[in-house]
Write a protein that binds this ligand. Structure first.
Ligand SMILES: Cc1cc2nc3c(=O)[nH]c(=O)nc-3n(C[C@H](O)[C@H](O)[C@H](O)COP(=O)(O)O)c2cc1C
Length: 295
């Protein structure tokens, strides 16, 4: 498959400017390796390992399995301070090529990461946080638009990506509802330098999600997604039928792992496939789109 790239994807060393975004509980080391071998950037949250020792074992696994780039997400405000610093240190010790910071101020992490040559991307849903992260020195801003899986923003990507570009000097990564090659072409056409996809990779064979979760992503469309702050206190998108109904007593409180987050991009996901096949499909769709637009 013919490669395509942007300045940021070349800086990271990717064959394609695509990211399998970090997903709490369900992204895993097998996904990171499969993404690396497919030429894209795979990411997982450090907290998917319950202990720092477990996290280090996962880093060692990935480093042994591939010499290509991968990314670790540190969720600043959601991680105990002691564990946060341990995770950052482990990333530096194992020479993690890219760190993705979210839910907090990345200043300290950027300083430590840059001293070790690690690239830092920071995830935001508004310009205020993006400006703070730019001032902290991050290498790119991930603009999470309306309809994204996880903690999504409220601004449409047609507006949000150009708006971030207009007000910032660092590269922008487009996130939210990107499930196929047409949407990759669209986000790159708006000036994003990477396409950041979570929901699409839930429906991958390597993903650690329950098969019922994967099948629900395949069987759902955007009308099955609900944007609510009732689950975590912060607005996020979920598969409607997994969210407890506050009107009804559900007996035992539903466990976190049974409330499934996904974005409106479920409408364009029709099959569970291996990451290698997903990347091949997206790249083919991207080139078909580009040649269609070229007339
Ligand atoms: C199940 C699930 C879990 C997520 N967990 C995290 C997380 O732990 N940290 C994070 O920064 N983003 C998390 N996200 C957000 C993704 O990294 C990414 O921003 C989002 O999936 C992009 O939108 P899309 O799902 O429409 O492609 C999660 C998303 C989903 C669907």
């Amino acid at each position: 498959m013919k490669e395509f790239s942007t300045p940021l994807s070349r800086k990271i060393g990717l064959r394609y400017p695509l990211v399998s975004a970090p997903m709490f509980i369900i992204s895993n080391k097998e996904m990171l390796v499969a993404c690396a071998e497919a030429g894209i950037l795979g990411a997982m949250p450090s907290l998917n390992a319950r202990t720092i020792e477990g996290f280090k074992e996962e880093l060692a696994f990935v480093k042994n399995a591939t010499d290509k780039p991968f990314a670790i997400n540190v969720t600043i405000g959601l991680t105990q301070p002691e564990r946060l610093m341990q995770d950052v240190q482990a990333c530096l010790e194992y020479e993690v090529p890219v760190m993705i910071t979210s839910y907090g101020n990345p200043t300290q992490i950027v300083q430590a990461a840059h001293a070790a040559g690690t690239i830092v991307l920071h995830d935001v849903i508004n310009l205020r946080h993006a400006k703070k992260a730019q001032a902290a020195g991050v290498d790119g801003i991930i603009g999470v638009s309306q309809g994204a899986g996880g903690h999504a923003g409220t601004v449409n990507p047609y507006v949000f990506i150009p708006y971030l570009r207009q007000h910032l000097d660092v590269p922008i990564v487009g996130a939210g509802c990107i499930s196929g090659g047409e949407q990759v072409a669209a986000t790159l056409s708006l000036g994003a330098e990477l396409a950041y996809m979570g929901t699409r990779f839930i429906a991958s064979t390597e993903c650690g999600a329950d098969d019922r979760f994967k099948n629900m992503v395949v069987d759902s469309d955007h009308l099955d997604i609900v944007y609510t702050d009732q689950v975590s206190g912060t607005h996020a998108n979920f598969l409607k039928q997994t969210v407890p109904d506050p009107e009804r007593s559900e007996g035992e409180a539903k466990k976190w792992k049974d409330i499934w987050s996904a974005g409106q991009g479920v409408s364009q996901i029709h099959e569970v496939k291996s990451i290698g096949q997903i990347v091949e499909d997206i790249v083919r769709e991207y080139w078909d789109t580009v040649s269609r637009l070229a007339g």
